[in-house]
Design a protein around this ligand. Structure first.
Ligand code: DGL
Length: 275
């Protein structure tokens, strides 16, 4: 029987931090993970390119029978989600849904901040899109008053190349965190606005003072997805519940299996796909 899993898409390995939390919170569902490892990173690419790549990925996941797709990538959520939801879905698959990671994070940070001073770390694409300041302005109910941002162009390549626990990673993490902290001395919450960044959390914690909260997205996406499925039983019913998880990568399977197993803490048997 054909399964109808929740599709989880990222440019590479970062979305695994979201998948991991989804599996913890709602293991009963089937999942299909797609990493566009051959074309990662997206963070330095233009609006048009990120939109094209993300739309291809969404179409592919639809062709694999996913009724619901989570874009577990901030860059793609910032640059492609709105167009896909508003322009493509209505004619492509009006009965399916594509959700992103920015809006849930914004809603959560509004609950977390005490003084309204929020910092955002992200890829150059996410930061330049201004998506976080715009969405925080719209959806934080006035709770977030001051937003500063810092682009971290080297963090994703460090993760993708498994340089997480090296002096090189420490150097760049320290540099970007210091830059962010210098932009607002009253920061009380920092959003890790890139799904790759939780993989660097040990390095990040070294340089963020203890009284500043750090928002990692995985758990929040899981929490918000549970609420979404409660509010949309017609969608919930369509997702197959067989506890299965499948992995697709646009790059070599050997590399993917090795690194994904490291990030997920479980063995992975991916297949290569070209779309
Ligand atoms: N994981 C992606 C994000 O959350 C970024 C990775 C990339 O630059 O491709 O922004």
């Amino acid at each position: 029987m054909q399964i109808s899993p929740i599709g989880v898409f990222d440019s590479g390995y970062g979305g695994l931090t979201v998948l991991k939390e989804l599996r913890k919170a709602i293991p009963q569902y089937d999942f299909l993970y797609l990493g566009d490892n051959a074309r990662t990173p997206y963070g330095t690419r233009s609006f048009r390119v990120v939109y094209d790549y993300t739309l291809q990925a969404v179409k592919y996941l639809f062709s694999r029978n996913c009724p619901l797709v989570i874009i577990a990538c901030n860059t793609a959520s910032a640059k492609a989600l709105r167009n896909i939801q508003q322009l493509d879905l209505p004619h492509l698959a009006p009965d399916r849904r594509v959700l992103g990671v920015i809006r849930p994070s914004v809603e959560k940070v509004a609950e977390m901040t005490r003084n309204g001073h929020v910092g955002v770390l992200g890829t150059p694409g996410t930061i330049l899109s201004e998506s976080y300041p715009i969405e925080l302005g719209k959806w934080s109910g006035g709770k977030v008053k001051h937003v500063v941002q810092e682009a971290c162009p080297l963090w994703v390549p460090l993760v993708e190349n498994n340089e997480i626990n090296t002096k090189g990673a420490e150097f760049f993490v320290k540099k970007n965190i210091k830059n962010l902290l210098n932009k607002d001395e009253n920061l009380d919450t920092i959003i890790l606005g890139c799904t790759h960044y939780p993989l660097l959390i040990r390095q990040i914690r070294k340089f963020v003072p203890n009284d500043i909260q750090i928002l990692e997205q995985g758990e929040i996406i899981a929490e918000k997805l549970i609420h979404y499925l409660q509010r949309h039983p017609e969608m919930e019913r369509r997702i197959s519940k067989g506890n299965q998880i499948h992995f697709q990568t646009t790059e070599s399977v050997e590399n993917f299996n090795e690194k994904a197993a490291l990030f997920l803490g479980q063995q992975v048997n991916a297949e290569t796909t070209h779309f």
